[in-house]
Write a protein that binds this ligand. Structure first.
Ligand SMILES: Nc1ncnc2c1ncn2[C@@H]1O[C@H](COP(=O)(O)O)[C@@H](OP(=O)(O)O)[C@H]1O
Ligand SMILES: C[C@]12CC[C@@H]3c4ccc(OS(=O)(=O)O)cc4CC[C@H]3[C@@H]1CC[C@@H]2O
Length: 325
């Protein structure tokens, strides 16, 4: 991260000539936080994250034992990282003797690497050194996943969130990330961009639907969970994740302890998640806001909520996927 307060993923000037060459042929649009975003394989990206995705597609070699957490931004990534990290490491770091659990002193984003972010920051990063099973996360769409992720037996846990809450979370996150750039940007315009699929990683519906269908076609490969179910019945969903990942028998007490350690109240009150920045320049506290279902009501007017609802209705009809709120 440079000395500027602008987080790395919003900066344009550090991409390679190869990325610039590709970018020159891609459709572009003015972004909300960034001056330009580019459409690659159907999705809109900042230059930095696009470069990370390109390198990831080229270099990442999945192993059968890998676990990849996939989300749209602001859909529960931080929480899912914490839960699955604690689950996989429950013998190495028992949560009951939690005085020295890594999650108490380290932000979940530093415990679970963000594939395209790491490849942007360090193109030569060697993931082969990570302990097995390797746990990583990405926002990459199903269509754009590295070939080896699809062809190997690695497992994908996909977490989806009600799009209205996801949008509102992104709206507040963006305002914290780039206060000056977003100051004069009306929420009406952001909702419009969201519904047109023109916010980072968008269209959100394609992202969700691709993983939704992949989970139905191959339930042993892709597990589809929702933020809402995780919130309403965290222990049940944790056990479902554990079973999918082949974690073996889990004591009820173990599950309870993990759920408690990873709760919004617990994580958001830790010093490490209240102070300081990630190496990419994003403040750790920006990943914790309200942590609720249906919080969109405090931010969206009725007509903006209806605009998103219309998009949801149109894009998800016939898919069998319903969002609770
Ligand atoms: N432990 C936790 N439990 C529930 N929600 C959490 C959480 N940690 C973070 N969140 C919420 O998840 C959203 C961030 O998503 P991501 O991790 O994908 O960036 C934020 O939502 P809100 O902005 O609605 O509060 C944040 O508050
Ligand atoms: C991926 C990320 C959450 C989204 C962040 C983001 C959001 C909106 C942006 O502007 S625009 O392209 O839509 O105009 C840009 C960004 C860039 C940083 C993104 C964050 C990095 C890690 C978070 O999970």
């Amino acid at each position: 991260m440079s000395s500027s307060s602008v987080p790395d993923y919003l900066r344009d000037e550090e991409v390679t000539q190869a990325t610039r060459d590709l970018i020159s042929s891609l459709p572009k649009e003015k972004g909300w936080l960034v001056s330009e975003m580019y459409q690659y394989q159907g999705r809109w990206h900042t230059q930095a994250l696009l470069q990370g995705i390109l390198i990831c597609q080229k270099r990442f070699e999945a192993k059968d034992s890998d676990i990849i957490l996939v989300t749209n931004p602001k859909s529960g990534t931080t929480w899912l990282k914490a839960l699955v990290f604690a689950l996989l490491n429950r013998h190495k770091f028992p949560v009951s003797s939690s005085g020295n659990h890594p999650l108490l002193v380290t932000n979940p984003h530093l415990l679970v690497p963000f594939l395209e972010g790491v490849y942007y920051e360090s193109p030569d990063f060697d993931f082969s050194g990570l302990p097995s099973p390797r746990l990583m996360n990405t926002h990459i769409s199903h269509l754009s996943l590295p070939e080896s992720v699809k062809s190997s037996s690695c497992k994908i846990v996909y977490c989806c969130r009600n799009p209205k809450d996801m949008f509102v979370s992104l709206w507040h996150f963006g305002k914290k990330l780039a206060p000056e750039e977003t100051a004069d940007y009306p929420i009406e315009k952001a909702v419009e961009a969201f519904c047109e699929g023109k916010l980072i990683g968008g269209p959100f519906w394609d992202h969700i639907l691709e993983y939704w269908y992949a989970s139905r076609e191959n339930p042993n490969k892709v597990l589809f969970v929702t933020y809402e179910e995780l919130k309403k019945q965290t222990e049940v969903e944790m056990k479902r994740i554990a079973e999918f990942l082949g974690c073996g028998f889990l004591e009820e007490e173990e599950v309870r302890e993990i759920v408690k350690l990873c709760s919004f109240e617990s994580l958001s009150n830790l010093e490490v998640n209240k102070e300081g920045k990630l190496p990419n320049g994003i403040e750790t506290k920006t990943f914790f806001r309200k942590g609720e279902i249906g919080g969109w009501r405090d931010t969206l007017s009725e007509s903006l909520a209806e605009e998103i609802d219309r998009t949801i209705e149109e894009k998800f009809q016939g898919s069998g996927l319903k969002f609770s709120s």
